[in-house]
Design a protein around this ligand. Structure first.
Ligand code: DAH
Length: 342
């Protein structure tokens, strides 16, 4: 039997070494160590021997069996490792391939200007306020000292809400002044950005929906000089250190005195008679402004001795001047060719 064992051992080893798959290895294992395998067969034979022989042969048998099982285990480990490595190799990422292009978006040019204007005033101590786009007639007109027969209240200028004559699409951001003053005591220092609506034919410089930023500062002893200083500084921050500001008398029902604010032309620097932006005047209209009218303070319940200034500007205008855009409709058409330039 010992001689037979030696042969089994030799056969096993020579069969084991060329095995290259887990499947073949399992087959080998079954053939030698399975229930009907060679070693079970030998054990059966062992049982028929005398007890003395059984012990001797049994020891030899177990020693060989253990050693072969060890070889089988280490082969198993080796094959599993090889297989894992092959799989990793197969699914390997190719880091040398060019990366998928990253599409980097940016804010809409109007949003960029809005944010710039807000940052400018926030850095000067103003905080941001907001109001709804559907307003009451009272907030949009009445409390702003705009009389019932004012042309702006005409159906041809304002979008009203059908079946609800007290509501309309706000025609400017000025009603936010009313909302803020009705909800807080002085001092007030706010800017209010937002969308406004006018019943207007759309062309290169008009849109029925556009954007404004409103400003309001209310406190004791606020003067026209404060208004001029604030606007001059803000315009320098927005358009450059050398920009000049000019106030022209104008009329808005909610301010007295009222003014139209111009800045010196940033396109031709006041040097071209045929400049398309300033039309050779050297000045660009920037905003309306003025000292808050006493009737407005009265409407919101503020004391008569309080003082304040207000201003309002169109964002599209500023963006068009800044970027040299001649047609306002480009802002709303969402062509990527246009938008991706900003
Ligand atoms: N609300 C005015 C408009 O839409 C602009 C304006 C003018 C706002 C003078 C103001 C102001 O606050 O003081 O035309």
């Amino acid at each position: 039997m010992t001689a037979h064992l030696n042969e089994i051992e030799k056969n096993f080893i020579s069969e084991l070494s060329p095995i290259a798959s887990l499947q073949d290895l399992e087959e080998l294992r079954k053939r030698y160590f399975g229930r009907k395998g060679i070693f079970n067969d030998l054990l059966d034979k062992l049982k028929k021997l005398s007890s003395e022989q059984k012990q001797k042969e049994g020891q030899a048998l177990n020693a060989v069996k253990e050693s072969l099982e060890k070889s089988l285990q280490s082969k198993l480990k080796q094959l599993e490792e090889t297989q894992l490595r092959a799989e990793l190799e197969k699914n390997r990422e190719d880091w040398s391939l060019p990366a998928a292009p990253l599409l980097i978006g940016s804010s809409h040019p109007l949003t960029q200007i809005l944010e710039e204007v807000m940052e400018t005033f926030v850095s000067m101590g103003f905080s941001v306020a907001e109001g709804p786009e559907i307003e009451t007639d009272e907030n949009n007109f009445g409390a702003l000292n705009i009389p019932p027969d004012h042309p702006a209240r005409d159906m041809h200028d304002t979008f009203y809400i059908r079946g609800n004559p007290q509501h309309l699409m706000r025609t400017h951001t000025s009603p936010v002044q009313i909302r803020v003053m009705r909800s807080q005591k002085p001092p007030v220092r706010i800017i209010a950005p937002g969308r406004v609506y006018r019943h207007e034919a759309v062309d290169a410089t008009h849109s029925s929906v556009f954007h404004q930023v409103e400003g309001l500062a209310v406190d004791e002893n606020v003067s026209f000089a404060d208004l001029k200083g604030t606007i001059a500084l803000a315009c320098q921050r927005l358009f450059g250190k050398n920009v000049q500001t000019r106030f022209r008398p104008s009329y808005f029902p909610f301010v007295e005195p009222g003014a139209e604010v111009d800045i010196s032309c940033t396109i031709c620097r006041q040097s071209q008679s045929n400049c398309p932006v300033c039309k050779g005047t050297g000045w660009i209209e920037m905003m309306g402004a003025g000292m808050v009218h006493p009737n407005v303070f009265q409407a919101v319940g503020y004391p008569p001795e309080i003082t304040g200034f207000a201003f309002g500007m169109g964002i599209e205008r500023i963006a068009m001047i800044r970027y040299g855009i001649s047609d306002m409709r480009l802002f709303y058409e969402n062509h990527l060719d246009f938008l991706s330039q900003f």
